[in-house]
Write a protein that binds this ligand. Structure first.
Ligand SMILES: Cc1cc2nc3c(=O)[nH]c(=O)nc-3n(C[C@H](O)[C@H](O)[C@H](O)COP(=O)(O)OP(=O)(O)OC[C@H]3O[C@@H](n4cnc5c(N)ncnc54)[C@H](O)[C@@H]3O)c2cc1C
Length: 491
């Protein structure tokens, strides 16, 4: 788990908030009698200013909202009552999970009511045979992992925010995470959803079997909808068998081309057991190593190369996996794809190596204001892209370029860190970054979503007909546009 609100609140966050506020003005302020009625319908709520901060400020500290009322329903019936009332009274609602999203999507900028799913956190069923687990939306990912372990299962997704993010939140952002190459997308692993529509009707899309071809796959609509189409109240998820053998290596590489060479080789030599191939550059790793909770010396990392790779395998036979990994390493060293490395000797060391990767966002946030870009870009373009980016940052000696990402998925996290928010740095980066990936067939948001942060880039790069179709779907499901107004689509 990590602390909330690391980093600094800054002007740029306020600017984004102000833009959203102007568009959502049609809803007006929450009237006292509406607040009272909503608190009658949903008895658990938060209204005191000190506690509201936890819901009004996001993890990055860059987005700050002003909701006067957080409702904490404990049942689907309470969610239904609240949404039906809000639709009738045209009161805007922002669904919220663990508030770890990175694009400002779960924040209420215009005095909307926040609907927090945190109190709906029951694990309802674990089918150890099929691996399908059914949960309320507020279950925190790490708690699910703990509950699955005795059944020999693991969640089909893992990410650095696991101590706080909730199943409803990861489903609503269609989060990718650290083992995407092994488990695949939530679009495949979420077998069922229960969703409450804006008018309070329950959409029962639950299914505890993997296969279901009965008409349009409606549940897919809500995966990645960021709370704009409905409120997810239950999630059925296909968990995976816990691996018998986990091997972790932390490798140093001399260039991004060398990383690419190592990845090609890993796919050939350990492809069938590869569960992660994560990139961290030296700048990001140095800032992680500087965190008080990290003892990089103890792990024997030299920090002399510009790039590092965390390679993990999930297999069923430790002897066979170690032999395959050893053969890969020998070949990678001979080919100079890898210069040096550390092999985890036990579970503790493996999780310490993983922490180096997982703490990258925390370390960047602790160093200053972060311009975050979560991009899909073919791996062969990463070298030229990062070089051009560093060139663009040369006029700003304070700016540090941190690169990490899910290399095997072509998902690069580019983070420019400056001591404080600077509009000129943003202008040097945007729209250049977005145009660069769009021209190369990539994505301006590989896994974090659109929220408010990428609203402009989304509108500039997504095909007009696709945006029109999304607006039509939104109108159908939420005719009064009360759900998360100003996120993904302009209000
Ligand atoms: C340290 C760190 C590491 C991360 N690593 C990754 C990573 O590797 N891969 C990745 O994909 N993402 C990553 N993320 C971002 C990721 O999007 C979130 O961590 C997670 O998916 C959001 O879950 P949450 O419960 O916190 O949702 P929130 O932040 O509360 O909400 C996110 C969005 O979903 C909506 N929402 C939330 N709950 C519901 C619901 N029940 N019904 C309808 N809408 C809802 C909100 O309105 C908002 O638009 C990381 C974040 C952090 C802080």
């Amino acid at each position: 788990a990590f602390g909330r609100g690391v980093g600094v609140r800054a002007r740029v966050g306020a600017r984004v908030g102000a833009r959203v506020r102007a568009r959502a003005r049609a809803f007006g302020a929450l009237a006292a009698e509406d607040a009272k009625e909503l608190q009658r319908l949903v008895p658990r709520s938060v209204t005191d200013s000190e506690s509201l901060i936890n819901f009004n400020r996001d993890w990055t500290g860059q987005f700050e909202g002003n909701s006067p009322l957080v409702l904490q329903p404990r049942s689907v019936a309470e969610v239904q009552e609240a949404l039906a009332y809000c639709t009738n009274r045209r009161i805007a609602v922002v669904p919220q999970g663990g508030n770890t999203g990175l694009v400002g999507g779960g924040i209420a900028y215009s005095g909307e009511v926040v609907l927090s799913l945190s109190r709906m956190d029951a694990i309802l069923d674990i089918d150890a045979d099929s691996g399908v687990v059914t949960c309320e939306a507020g279950v925190v990912l790490e708690r699910l992992a703990e509950a699955l372990a005795p059944h020999g299962l693991v969640p089909p997704i893992d990410l650095g925010a696991k101590g706080s993010c909730q199943l409803g939140g990861i489903a609503s952002t269609n989060a990718g995470g650290l083992r995407f190459c092994r488990f695949g997308s939530l679009l495949g692993n979420v077998t069922g959803l229960e969703v409450v529509r804006a008018d309070g009707e329950v959409l029962d899309l639950m299914n505890v079997c993997r296969k279901d071809n009965t008409g349009y796959p409606l549940r897919q609509l809500f995966l990645g909808a960021e709370g704009t189409l409905g409120v997810i109240t239950k999630v059925a998820l296909a968990a995976a068998p816990k691996p018998e053998s986990v091997q972790v290596a932390f490798l140093a590489c001399a260039s991004l081309d060398a990383v690419l060479g190592a990845l090609r080789l890993a796919k050939r030599r350990v492809g069938e057991i590869l569960s992660a191939f994560e990139l961290v550059d030296a700048v990001a790793l140095q800032s992680v190593a500087a965190l008080p909770q990290v003892d990089a010396d103890r792990l024997g990392l030299s920090l002399r190369q510009p790039y590092y790779v965390l390679l993990e395998t999930y297999g069923s036979d430790a002897g066979r996996d170690q032999a395959a990994l050893g053969a890969f390493l020998e070949e990678a060293l001979a080919a100079e794809s890898v210069e040096d490395g550390v092999l985890a000797q036990d579970e503790t060391q493996a999780s310490e190596l993983w922490r180096l990767r997982e703490l990258c966002p925390t370390a960047a946030a602790a160093s200053g204001y972060v311009y975050k870009y979560d991009l899909s870009l073919p791996l062969r373009s990463w070298e030229a892209f990062t070089e051009e980016c560093r060139g663009r940052m040369e006029p700003y000696p304070d700016a540090r370029v941190h690169v990490w990402g899910h290399a095997v998925d072509g998902n690069i996290h580019l983070n420019i860190v400056t001591p404080e928010a600077r509009e000129d740095v943003r202008t040097a980066l945007e729209p250049w970054v977005y145009d660069y990936v769009a021209k190369r067939g990539g994505s301006i948001s590989a896994e974090h979503g659109i929220g408010v942060l990428k609203l402009g880039a989304f509108q500039n790069t997504k095909a007009a007909a696709a945006q029109e179709t999304m607006s039509a779907v939104k109108k159908l499901l939420d005719p009064n546009a009360i759900l998360n107004p100003g996120k993904i689509l302009r209000g």
